[in-house]
Design a binder for this molecule. Structure first.
Ligand SMILES: C[S@@+](CC[C@H](N)C(=O)[O-])C[C@H]1O[C@@H](n2cnc3c(N)ncnc32)[C@H](O)[C@@H]1O
Length: 289
């Protein structure tokens, strides 16, 4: 492991993340992620990674923040890292998710990825703060940015730890502030409270929502998977834009198809909002775009 990285003790600070600390639920969750939508989202992130690293000087130093169980994705990017002596820190607060991650690449097809990956048990902010300044070329947050409550602290840490031209590539669950009461997989609670099926709630910055996963996908009456719930935080588009501006990032926020060149979209048509921040040479006192 890279000696400059000081992992954080994760035992006390995982409110709302309990499901990733339960062996049974974590494993089930990782299995549920083996679905077509999840693979598609990973391919979308991979297309962005490959496009956005084309001009970055090698070797690339990257990190997946809140990496979870699936380093068996990002074929294009890993092939680039492996052929150019690049590196990826695979950071997660949950030791169980890291064990699962190792398991998912313990086969012939993916084994060589272990040469490029360092698994690090740490809170995302703690990991970033422990890094040398301007160390990172690429940070990835797939399905993870809404686990972060203090977005200002995340942007501040990224602005210090990304190299000039370095990037954050993140998926955004939804840019809409409208919270439905349930989706195919889960019921949503607004600031901890359940609300009627035919209503929505309008999320504001500072609000949180809880996703409680159904036992059977698509069956809200079939009960909940015990212990399977996560707490997420809402960040408005306005807030993200304002922070990007004040920390000197160029940014894109919107559907990935408006960002990735058509020839690299590989016939993938799914909608997926993404945030791409690029650390530009601008300094902090530049206002939002
Ligand atoms: C929804 S999962 C997504 C995992 C992965 N990025 C993916 O796309 O499959 C969220 C992951 O982030 C981790 N996580 C959440 N908050 C974190 C934090 N503050 N620091 C480190 N890991 C965190 C959880 O343990 C979990 O593995």
């Amino acid at each position: 492991m890279n000696p400059e990285i000081k992992p954080q003790n994760s035992s006390s600070n995982h409110k709302g993340l309990e499901m990733y600390f339960s062996p049974e639920i974590a494993e089930k969750f990782a299995e549920l992620e083996q679905n077509e939508k999840n693979f598609k989202v990973a391919r979308i992130v991979d297309a962005i990674l490959v496009q956005e690293t084309a001009d970055i000087k090698v070797p690339i130093y990257s990190a997946e923040l809140g990496g979870g169980a699936h380093p068996d994705r990002y074929d294009g990017f890993f092939s680039k890292l492996l052929s150019e002596h690049g590196h990826m820190d695979w950071v997660d607060i949950s030791p169980l998710m890291l064990e699962l991650a190792k398991k998912y690449i313990s086969n012939e097809k993916y084994e060589n990825r272990k040469d490029a990956i360092t698994f690090i048990k740490s809170d995302i902010l703690g990991y970033l703060r422990g890094l040398e300044n301007e160390k990172l070329n690429i940070a990835v947050m797939k399905y993870t940015i809404d686990h972060i409550n203090d977005l200002d602290a995340l942007f501040e840490a990224l602005s210090a730890k990304l190299a000039q031209g370095g990037k954050l590539i993140a998926t955004i669950g939804s840019t809409s502030p409208e919270l439905r009461s349930y989706s195919t997989n889960a019921r949503f609670l607004y600031n901890g409270e359940q609300f009627p099926d035919n209503e929505t709630r309008t999320l504001k910055d500072g609000d949180n929502f809880t996703a409680k996963f159904f036992k059977v996908s698509g069956d809200p009456d079939g009960g909940y998977l015990e212990g399977a719930e996560t707490l997420k935080y809402f960040h408005s588009t306005e807030k993200i834009k304002q922070l990007a501006g004040s920390f000197g990032f160029d940014f894109f926020l919107g559907d990935w198809k408006d960002f990735v060149a058509q020839e690299n979209q590989k016939n993938e048509t799914m909608d997926q909002d993404v945030l791409v921040l690029t650390k530009s040479k601008r300094i902090r006192d530049h206002g939002p775009k």
